[in-house]
Design a protein around this ligand. Sequence first.
Ligand code: NDP
Ligand code: ZN
Length: 350
Amino acid sequence: MYTAIGYAAQTPTSPLLPMSFERRSPRADDVAIEILYCGVCHSDIHQARNEWGIAVYPLMPGHEIVGRVTAVGANVSKHKVGDLVGVGCMVDSCRECQACAKDLEQYCLAGPTMTYATPDRVDGSNTMGGYSNSIVVSEHFVLRMPHGLDLASAAPLLCAGITTYSPLKHHGVGPGHKVGILGMGGLGHMGIKFAKALGAEVTLFTRSAAKAEEARRQGADHVIVSSDAEQMRAAAGRFDFLLDTIPVQHDLNPYLDTLTFDGVHILVGLIEPVEPPLHAANLVLKRRVLAGSLIGGIAETQEMLDFSAEHGITCDIEMLDIRSINEAFERVIAGDVKYRFVIDMTTLKA
Ligand code: NDP
Ligand code: ZN
């Protein structure tokens, strides 16, 4: 065991405050990592405030982690001391169920071990995330950071990146497809970049007309202001896919209307229950599909990192001093960040 430091919430209503705690010494298959950067995902806020009802305290968020390997266990072959590596939302899974066998650890039938607020499979301790100076993770769940990616801007690829890349790939998005991205925050701006890089025609649906120019700079071909009923009606029946990153309850019906027959509306926000109710006719009469998607598997996350390096894709970030994390949470909720905060972990030493 060794002493680590980080920022954690002690209750759903308390701010994140510094705390020291014990990280395990590397087991035979573990990699110990000095964390350099960690992105701030909206899920971190949902979890710190127990908005999903599954939080465990103290809760140390952070699952968009980039760092350098400082030690490895005796059986580690994938990574060595000094390597630049990444860790996303998961740190373990059962590794033998049908999902794990298909490299879909995020759908592990026994439940994946998430990077924070989940019992470790071996010692039962509560996992602590990346708002910290270090982390220890089994080598299978540690990604190789490709050369050529700016490390700070690449950190959010570990969640915002894979969560948008995976459903676009799974549904076969490519040239000839019209794709709508709902909401341009951390996930949404990555969705625009990936859908564009995969060859689709991309439209941003946003609440704010002011984001139109920004969206085009990100690669969007068109912008629809979702609060303008006229613009929504004019888009009826146009899209093959919608990738919905809106983090709060919202009416799905006007969006479903913009899909063509066989169109697919993919949810990534955990906005249950859907409110106001879904009109079944919006699905039935056009054989449309309402789908969901959770992050991506480890092999696919590596594929996404390599794809990003090849296509020069990173996130638009604002560097954050960890001492301002509580203000940063408020700014994320207010939509006042372009488009991801990334904690510079040197500020933890200050
Ligand atoms: P952000 O807060 O960065 O972005 C969300 C965007 O949604 C905003 O920028 C805004 O875009 C739009 N939005 C926000 N509030 C509203 C509202 N009241 N009504 C309509 N639109 C709104 O969040 P993230 O991108 O970090 O996360 C998005 C969601 O995805 C979260 O719920 C998060 O928990 C979830 N998530 C899911 C994962 C998965 O594996 N399924 C993994 C990671 C995150 P605009 O201003 O353009 O309208
Ligand atoms: Zn996330």
